[in-house]
Design a protein around this ligand. Structure first.
Ligand SMILES: [Zn+2]
Length: 355
């Protein structure tokens, strides 16, 4: 089956490059990081091959690392790609997106441990009603036409519903529950939403007098990640030199990053405090008290971040890719705040992402 993939590669690149790819494949197989056989996708998934850096630049190294992570996920999930992806019922559509129940344990594309933790469920009519205006507003917004063209070109059209996120932990070899409200999956090309998103749907953030849902920001944040990557091997938007320079990220050749002009110790303390507060929030019952608590956490840390040119503390904690997703979401939903916080980045997003 690998020969099919290699044939495609040879058609695309030189024989020399193909043999480098083949060596990398063999190496990954020897390290146990690749299934013995990768079947070509008959469903929505794509065959994932290692990415060979073209040069020593940080961007190329990061791309190779991201691809290696994808391959680890692929072997971890142990999906049987020779079986077509099960077609899940469509519960609602918005433009090219459809809402579907999460994949159940009965479907061959959901490893048992994954779906036991993730808890697939259907969208309730109330949830569909709650998100309809958000989805419709985004897909019909003329500023986002080119944005959605790229998201769709990257192959993401399905939005699944799960109780919580389950993520494969490479170190322990186990699936683990994660506290995410939404996540995107580059392997099966899905956007996945969890119960947590519906809690933040009632958690408002207030910055420059505007009030809106964290869930709306969260959805656009995930879509921005999908826009950021490129399935046709163009560089990710978040590692373009212009974006790094405007945001102050220094990206090392090893993929390590730092922020120019930011006290790393102070940022570390803010981060520890931020995560400790969310651990407390997670133990509180859902309700107005919890929502007010989460709002107060965000107001405190986001004020700190905004003085440093970032819309939220979260946008400073996860490197260029998390920053990019946050900047896109805030430029769309909080243009006034962005003009005050970092007008150069918002102008660049307007020009390069919302054309
Ligand atoms: Zn993110």
């Amino acid at each position: 089956m690998i020969s099919v993939a290699l044939a495609l590669l040879i058609a695309r690149s030189s024989l020399l490059a193909a043999s480098a790819q083949e060596n990398a494949l063999e190496q990954l197989k020897a390290e146990g990081e690749l299934p013995a056989e990768i079947a070509p996708a008959t469903g929505t998934a794509a065959v994932v091959l290692p990415y060979i850096p073209r040069d020593d630049s940080p961007g190329e190294k990061e791309r190779a690392q991201v691809r290696a992570d994808d391959i680890r996920m692929l072997s971890a999930k142990a999906f049987d790609l020779s079986i077509p992806a099960p077609v899940m019922p469509v519960q609602a559509t918005f433009g090219t997106f459809s809402l579907s129940p999460g994949r159940t344990c009965a479907t061959p594309w959901a490893p048992p441990q994954f779906c036991q933790i993730a808890g697939p469920k259907e969208w309730t009519p109330q949830e569909i009603d709650l998100f309809s205006p958000v989805f419709s507003g985004l897909v019909n917004d003329p500023r986002l036409t080119a944005f959605f063209q790229k998201v769709n070109r990257n192959g993401y059209t399905t939005i699944f519903r799960y109780t919580q996120r389950a993520e494969f932990d490479v170190d322990s070899g186990q699936w683990q529950a994660k506290m995410n409200s939404a996540w995107y999956d580059s392997f099966d090309k899905s956007i996945n939403m969890t119960d947590r998103l519906f809690m933040s749907k009632r958690t408002h953030i207030r910055t420059t007098g505007m009030t809106h849902d964290m869930a709306d920001l969260g959805l656009l944040h995930e879509l921005a990640h999908i826009f950021d990557g490129d399935e046709q091997d163009l560089p990710d938007t978040s590692i373009l030199p212009e974006f790094l320079q405007l945001t102050g990220f220094n990206l090392g050749s090893d993929g390590e990053w730092s922020l120019v002009g930011v006290d790393a110790k102070e940022l570390g303390e803010m981060k520890d405090w931020y995560y400790s507060q969310f651990t407390i929030a997670a133990t509180m019952p859902e309700g107005p008290e919890r929502a007010a608590f989460v709002t107060s956490i965000n107001e405190r840390v986001n004020g700190y971040a905004q003085k440093l040119g970032f819309p939220s503390l979260y946008s400073m904690l996860g490197g260029p890719s998390e920053a990019f997703a946050e900047f896109v979401a805030y430029t769309f939903y909080e243009p006034e705040l962005m003009r005050l916080t970092n007008p150069n980045v918002s102008a660049w997003i307007e020009k390069s992402v919302f054309k």
